[in-house]
Write a protein that binds this ligand. Structure first.
Ligand code: NAP
Ligand code: GCO
Length: 268
């Protein structure tokens, strides 16, 4: 038997990480590359895809970027077909990472805005998973990681659509586990806490007098680690859930939140 450390390696695996042009997706794709995987990724903006591809290649990683919108079933089918053509095989690992948020009080949220968030954050993981699972069944193995959220468990003013989508994504994760566990496919979620990325930049903006944003202070007081997470904090957990080290972990949401869900908040 080899070393347990070998079971964390991803050599020879093809990983598709959606929305990996920056932020959390990029850190996860880099981690997979370091562990030996070949990286496919997509996003909607061609310039960002080209920049990210250059970035990965400058790190010596085998990476191909594609322009594709995860909400469009035809574009996703083409994406998976292009990956098969370019890599010679379909993805062994899928990370449903692409996502958006709208911070609007519920009564001011239009039905169109609500639908857009549900479409990208919940319907798209269904579409991309559906496109990848048949080849995983054929190969006899597969790993799917859905990027969930604190909002898979908690509510907050202004994020009704996002919380609905991320709560739904938790249950899609459990359902994929239920339906395809027998085919040796493990589907788990990662629930990041508050992570410093462009998505959360407005919540960390300095005030005119240089002091911290009130939301920034709020997050620090709610996080036992007393800091925001970084995309790098998600690298190890993602490699674990993509690798043979987690072959009997299925339908689990791994919260990587510096302890937020365990904590009532800093006492006054
Ligand atoms: P981000 O910095 O805003 O990056 C989002 C990525 O998704 C970008 O590459 C974006 O590129 C892509 N994307 C968005 N819509 C897409 C679509 N329809 N089709 C294809 N690609 C699309 O976000 P992040 O903070 O890294 O978040 C990544 C994931 O983690 C999201 O699911 C988010 O909800 C989740 N999350 C974030 C945090 C946090 O604190 N940051 C915490 C928990 C969970 P284009 O715009 O070019 O398409
Ligand atoms: C917000 C934040 C969150 C985080 C993350 C928490 O406005 O509350 O953007 O939703 O992005 O998903 O886990």
């Amino acid at each position: 038997m080899g070393s347990v450390l070998d079971s964390f390696r991803l050599d020879g695996k093809v990983a598709l990480v959606t929305g990996a042009t920056y932020g959390i997706g990029m850190a996860i794709a880099e981690a997979f590359g370091q562990a030996g995987a070949r990286i496919a990724f997509n996003a909607r903006h061609a310039d960002k895809v080209a920049q990210a591809e250059e970035h990965y290649r400058s790190l010596g990683l085998d990476a191909h970027g594609y322009v594709a919108d995860v909400t469009d079933e035809a574009q996703v089918a083409e994406l998976v077909a292009n990956i098969k053509a370019d890599f010679g095989t379909a993805p062994d690992i899928l990370v449903n990472n692409a996502g958006i948020i709208k911070r609007v009080p519920m009564l001011e949220t239009s039905v169109e805005e609500f639908r857009e968030v549900i479409d990208i954050d919940l319907n798209a993981p269904f579409i991309v998973s559906k496109a990848c699972i048949p080849a995983m069944i054929e190969k006899g193995h597969g790993k799917i990681i859905n990027i969930c959220s604190m909002m898979s468990e908690l509510g907050r003013e202004t994020v009704s659509a996002y919380a609905s989508a991320k709560g739904g994504l938790k249950m899609l994760t459990r359902n994929i586990c239920s339906e395809f566990g027998e085919a040796n496919i493990q589907c788990n979620g990662i629930g990041p806490g508050y992570i410093a990325t462009p998505q959360t930049a407005p919540l960390r903006e300095r005030q005119a007098d240089g002091s911290r944003h009130p939301f920034d202070q709020f997050i620090i007081s709610k996080t036992p680690a007393a800091r925001w997470g970084t995309p790098e904090d998600l690298m190890g957990p993602a490699v674990f859930l993509a690798s043979d080290a987690s072959n009997f972990v299925n339908g689990h949401i791994l919260y990587v939140d510096g302890g937020i869900l365990a904590y009532i908040g800093k006492q006054p």
